[in-house]
Design a binder for this molecule. Structure first.
Ligand code: SAH
Length: 466
């Protein structure tokens, strides 16, 4: 290691900053964020910087640097942009054995400022030793994505219960077991989701059972429409800590591949009309596995609460007293619309959007056609491929003009995405020769007319467009 990483407590201490421009401002922001008093020396000082100095209870010294500016400071940062001035300040600081950092002049630095991911009180600081700032930025982006936003909250929660737990559980081994279960179990997830009261209840249970309470939990997670990049951070985190996953047909293989490798995988998919595993049985399976103490992942395409029967599954869990949490996903309507360049609402076209199931019951689609045929709205039909000719016919019969544009999107957001654009009148014929297959989503409304101009995602370039 070329450097010793340390975390400095600068609260109320004076830090010297020589320089009054943009670079100095960025350093000042960092120093101010940790409560340092700023002493800024520069012939010209940006107004924002001067404000920051005032807010920190510090001083501005307009003019040139002089060695007495180092009196009483604990460290110096130099960002004048003038090589000789930088070097002169650096020499003066070194002469007093003060830690000094010179912006963009690593050879003059006795300390460097790391890249930081701030989840206070958790702070991750890292450095490439000044060699690869772009790499540092890329790493930081990854860490930002990896570390839950509520991590600081979790550290705060755990910290605030330490004395409490020590009093109640004197045996150190038991206490350690409880801590580990708190950090790795449902209690931590509660706090990360902002539910400290829920975590508190689980902690009480742990104390009552000496760290032996069953910890099973169900995560009902929306896997999005297909592109794994559309998963939420929380979805990914829960996927990576599951012991068993129940997934269905709409979950893309690329998404399933992100589930923890060791997790048992159970397919409970349904295809139209044929249920691989009946819904009540799925509900039971989730509860059974959670009762065994497992972290059960129920992974569903799109959003679990939109045509996903997610509500039924957690109703059953709620009745059975099993803890669960629900993570929303990007629903097919949002995913397909975005990737096909079709805004679902638009000031000139549609003031509302309706998500409708186009599922056929006894060969007919049983819907409120009057309401659906009103102008000024966008209709999105899920599960509507087989019923599409009926849907087009009914919308025309109830007053939509036959020229109303319609888009049929197959496997939206994936490399197999295809978009077929037509009109209510022509779509049934276009569909017959298109070779499109489920899953598809149908969007009806004049917003579809924007597709030709706004499409940006064109897998299999050239096919079926327009
Ligand atoms: N919960 C899901 C919807 C489940 S219903 C969601 O929020 O997206 C299943 C229907 O969703 C399919 O019949 C199809 O109409 C639609 N669907 C899901 N993913 C899709 C995709 N990638 N492309 C097109 N349609 C999709």
């Amino acid at each position: 290691m070329d450097y010793l990483p340390v975390f400095l407590d600068l609260r109320g201490r004076t830090a010297l900053l020589v320089g009054g421009g943009r670079v100095a401002l960025r350093k000042a922001e960092l120093l101010a964020a940790v409560g340092a008093r700023l002493r800024v020396v520069a012939p010209r000082i940006l107004p924002e910087l001067a404000q920051l100095v005032a807010a920190s209870g510090g001083e501005c010294h307009p003019g040139r640097f002089a060695p007495q500016h180092l009196d009483g400071v604990v460290l110096a940062i130099v960002a004048t942009g003038v090589a000789e001035v930088d070097a002169a300040v650096q020499r003066a600081a070194v002469a007093r054995a003060l830690p000094v950092n010179v912006a963009d002049r690593q050879e003059l630095c006795s300390f460097i400022l790391p890249a930081v991911v701030d989840r206070s009180p958790v702070i991750v600081a890292f450095s490439t030793g000044g060699r690869a700032p772009v790499l540092a930025r890329a790493l930081r982006a990854r860490l930002e994505a990896m570390l839950p936003a509520g991590l600081g909250r979790l550290a705060g929660f755990l910290g605030s219960r330490r004395d409490w737990l020590r009093e109640r559980v004197p045996a150190e081994a038991v206490r350690r077991r409880i801590w580990e279960r708190l950090v790795n179990g449902p209690a931590a997830e509660r706090v990360l989701a902002g539910d400290e009261a829920g975590a508190e209840r689980l902690l009480a249970q742990e104390v009552a059972t000496g760290g032996e309470a069953p910890q099973g939990e169900v995560y009902l997670v929306g896997a999005g429409p297909g592109d794994p990049d559309l998963l939420s951070f929380r979805a990914l985190r829960l996927m990576q800590q599951a012991d068993i996953v129940f997934y269905d047909r709409l979950v893309a293989p690329e998404v399933l591949a992100l589930v923890r490798r060791e997790a048992e995988r159970v397919y409970v998919g349904k295809t139209r009309g044929a249920h691989a595993v009946a819904q009540p049985r799925i509900n039971e399976l989730l509860a059974e596995q959670a009762r065994l103490g497992k972290r059960v992942l129920r992974l569903k395409g799109g959003d679990p609460f939109i045509f996903g029967r997610g509500g039924e599954e957690i109703e059953h869990l709620a009745d059975a007293g099993i803890p669960f949490q629900v993570v929303p996903g990007i629903t097919a309507a949002s995913g397909c619309a975005a990737y096909a360049g079709i805004p679902l609402t638009h000031r000139d076209h549609a003031q509302s959007v309706r998500f409708v199931t186009g599922h056929l019951r006894d060969g007919s689609v049983d819907l409120d056609w009057e309401a659906l045929a009103r102008p000024g709205q966008t209709l999105v039909f899920y599960m509507g491929l087989v019923g599409l000719p009926v849907i087009c016919g009914q919308l025309i019969a109830h007053g939509l003009t036959p020229d109303t544009p319609v888009a049929l999107i197959q496997q939206g957001t994936t490399p197999a995405q295809r978009v077929l654009v037509s009109t209510l009148r022509e779509m049934p014929r276009a569909l017959a020769t298109s070779g499109l297959r489920a899953p598809t989503l149908t969007i009806v409304g004049t917003v579809v007319g924007l597709h030709a101009r706004l499409q940006w995602f064109r897998p299999g370039e050239g096919k079926d467009q327009g």
